[in-house]
Design a protein around this ligand. Sequence first.
Ligand SMILES: Cc1ncc(COP(=O)(O)O)c(C=O)c1O
Length: 387
Amino acid sequence: MSSFPRTIYLDNAATTFPKPPEVIRTMLEDYEHLGVSPGRGSYDLAVRAEELVAQARRQINDFFCGYDPDRVIFSYNATDALNTLIFGLVKRGCHVVSSRLEHNSVLRPLHYLKEQGIIDLDLIPFDSDGFVHPEDVKKVIKRETALVILTHASNVLGTIQPVQEIGLVCRELDVPFAIDISQSAGIIPIDMKAWHLDAIAFTGHKSLLGPTGIGGLVLRDGLDVRATRFGGTGVDSYSLAQTADYPQRLEAGTINILGVIGLSAGLRHISQLGLQNIYFHEMGLLTRLRDGLAAFKRLRLYCADSLSNHLPLLTLNIEGMNSADLGAILDGDFNISVRTGLHCAPLVHQDLGTSPNGGVRFSLGPFNTSEDIDAVIEAFGTILGSF
Ligand SMILES: Cc1ncc(COP(=O)(O)O)c(C=O)c1O
């Protein structure tokens, strides 16, 4: 490891790095001893591997206050989960509501369906602080609306959306409501029942502290999602039709057991640290960063005055400088890793007026320290002093 230079890693919204050592250790140990195909064979090892997967489903169901561990569906990542959900719910002629805050993982499947003439789509706006409003959702819902799908928190602005209020609107109007919790899961509590959520899509490798290649859906009991991929499930093998029961209906093929082991270890690590402690640690650092950078006149911070209902990330630009150039200077001269460009959320940047340049995003993780933040502020002092 010593051959790697020390980097100040501030791209945790893309993926958290490093992973907790216990997560890596557990992945190595459990995969070494139990890395067989779960849910298929009847020999002891396969049964134990299946129990490990079942235990992870229970853990995830508890973590998100879901309805039933069998309604926890594993996927490769949030993008995969969102595709499974969207394509499995919509029908020709239906209407979908989403927002201009979304990541391409939601926008692109919906755009494709709209271009194919399969769905009618409304994308509601966000206000100047970065929030969508329940009234705007209510206004566009109609008889044909088959799904309202929104990001829980913007991956560009960090704003946490009022999903509980929107959940209530959807429940009253009897429309399924799903949220993309890619950014929020592992930083703030998520309660499917209290928030009237019909589905959530998560990814394992961001703040849930697991590896890449694992994510999933949690579905409310009674929400029926059609299978859009077909194959072996280890059950009902006599039938040429896809298994109807959950979770196998939506899990064609061998699941990523190494990913499940890592995700489960990540969740255990979060429980040990305490979700609240993670949130306060990272938001404390964000406040330090925002306050430190606010002193530089040539910086444009895309951030509301209040950091309540906010995740620990901040997007900015130096006036007159390309975001990619700023990212290259931070990386090359200061060993600071950040994400530049459009962050796979093109409509957010369009509405901010930052397209196609995008912005420079700083996103914090559990391993960041106040020294990291001070180094960023110092770097900006140097960069802005030399231009
Ligand atoms: C809001 C949001 N949704 C979805 C995704 C996609 O996550 P994944 O690449 O793990 O599928 C991301 C990742 O950047 C995201 O920020």
